[in-house]
Design a protein around this ligand. Structure first.
Ligand SMILES: Cc1cc2nc3c(=O)[nH]c(=O)nc-3n(C[C@H](O)[C@H](O)[C@H](O)COP(=O)(O)OP(=O)(O)OC[C@H]3O[C@@H](n4cnc5c(N)ncnc54)[C@H](O)[C@@H]3O)c2cc1C
Length: 428
């Protein structure tokens, strides 16, 4: 078993960037070289702004290089009607429209910039284990279909035919979702941003940010940069740079694993159309294949000590059981990453000062949402009125009792698993 993400291990694009050395002056500086930072750099450079990205490690080092590569063009836990109820018709529909185009934008950027990242707009499937959950996803599919999305309802047989998995009551699919190798996608975005004039620096940790008359000065170990505007795209990896930011989200540690390649005979039974799958369970069950027929799945842990050894074994067992695999290949790669989850599961822009914002668009839908967020932040950097932006924009909030509650999503896992079991036994 190798302790790095599959995607980093198999990425063919291994291009490295220099460390910032000396002083620079730009219109927009971006802190963090994941999807959020890179998509923003690409969109802002495309608008003619001078842009620099400062990444503490290497491009795609954070959640961007550790996720499952599912492109999911909608929101976790929230359906369009919920969003309209929460944000009102005008703001709600703006955000929904943004999500509607998010999967298409990922695959369009891949095509436009010829990004070699095993991209396949094959669709994202959400199966439901019980009749009650199936009713809920049918309503979800109808709400997206009413907005012109390629959302289709799948009955029990269709779910089985598409996924190979037994025991689901039904489900739905958004055909505009799909799969990518996230490290190669991120590095392709970085190459495309540089081709438009953006500068990207690796091994360049921002250590301080100070206000100047017409902008900000950011200091790093061996340089400094002055910028009119700052976009903080550090997700759950921001550390102490902005302590007030860390109190706005729940940091969620998620594990992933990839098996050794499956034999072609088994591969034909599972996901013959190469979609990705995340079901409706609270303790989410997910799976997809990579281009070499490795089976990829994920899961959470309850308590940290020993989790690196314990959790991959548990989710490997779950994979064998859920997909009825008597001879499941051993784990080849196991890794984990941090996701930033907002209390309302929606993307947010957080105002940190005049001309300085942070952006969070994860909530397990990070690939598509961070990609479209890049265009929104580029509009902001070019002078758009924050009130006109489709992503909610506000001063940092603070989750009450955050020091205690930040562990809740992991600590409540046994409760979620129990609820799943009760739902399924009631439905049986
Ligand atoms: C295990 C896992 C599985 C997931 N699966 C999926 C999935 O299948 N589909 C999906 O859509 N989403 C998924 N997500 C969510 C998705 O990966 C994230 O939403 C997305 O990658 C966030 O990108 P980002 O650019 O905002 O942050 P990140 O990729 O986390 O990047 C933040 C960057 O900031 C840098 N940084 C931090 N501090 C500094 C500093 N002081 N100076 C300079 N740089 C700094 C870090 O080094 C890091 O590279 C998953 C997340 C996890 C953790």
């Amino acid at each position: 078993m190798k302790d790095i993400s599959l995607w980093h291990a198999v990425a063919r694009n291994q291009r490295r960037r220099p460390t910032l050395d000396g002083a620079l002056d730009v219109d927009l500086v971006i802190v963090g070289g994941g999807f959020s930072g890179l998509s923003t750099a690409l969109h802002a450079a495309g608008k003619g702004l001078s842009v620099a990205v400062l990444e503490a490690e290497v491009v795609a080092w954070g959640a961007t290089g550790r996720n499952a590569g599912f492109v999911v063009p909608n929101f976790a836990k929230k359906d369009p009607d919920d969003i309209v109820a929460q944000l009102g018709a005008e703001r709600g529909e703006r955000l929904i429209n943004l999500a509607c185009g998010s999967g298409d934008l990922v695959f369009e950027l891949v095509r436009r910039h010829a990004i070699d990242c095993a991209a396949d707009q094959s669709g994202w499937i959400q199966p439901a284990p019980t009749a009650q959950a199936f009713a809920k996803v049918q309503a979800r599919a109808r709400q997206w279909a009413a907005r012109g999305r390629p959302a289709v309802i799948l009955d029990r047989d269709a779910v089985k035919a598409l996924t190979g998995a037994e025991g689901y009551a039904g489900g739905w699919m958004d055909r505009s979702g799909g799969v990518i190798n996230p490290v190669e996608y991120a590095r392709g975005l970085a190459d495309a941003a540089e081709a438009q004039g953006a500068r990207i620096f690796e091994n360049t940790r921002v250590e301080g940010i100070g206000r100047e008359a017409d902008g900000y000065r950011l200091t790093t170990g061996s340089g400094s940069i002055r910028a009119g505007k700052v976009f903080v795209a550090t997700n759950a990896y921001g550390g102490d740079l902005f302590p007030q930011l860390a109190r706005t989200y729940f940091p969620l540690r998620v594990f992933q694993l990839a098996t050794k390649p499956l034999p072609a005979s088994v591969r034909r039974r599972l996901l013959p159309g190469n979609q990705c799958v995340s079901d409706t369970r609270r303790n989410l069950f997910t799976f997809r294949f990579d281009a070499a027929n490795r089976l990829i799945t994920g899961g959470m842990h309850i308590f940290s000590p020993g989790a690196e050894r314990r959790v991959p074994r548990a989710i490997h067992r779950r994979l064998a059981e859920k997909l009825d695999l008597p001879e499941i290949p051993p784990i080849e790669y196991a890794w984990s990453g941090m996701a930033a989850v907002a209390p309302d599961f929606l993307p947010h822009l957080v105002e940190l000062g005049p001309g300085m914002i942070a952006g969070f668009a994860c909530n397990a839908r990070g690939i598509a949402m961070t990609t479209v967020m890049g265009g929104v932040v580029a509009d902001w950097a070019a002078g758009a009125d924050p009130d006109s932006l489709p992503i909610p924009y506000a001063a940092p909030g603070s989750i009450p009792f955050h020091a205690l509650l930040k562990h809740a999503p992991n600590a409540l896992l046994p409760w979620s698993m129990l609820q799943d079991r009760l739902d399924e036994s009631r439905a049986a």
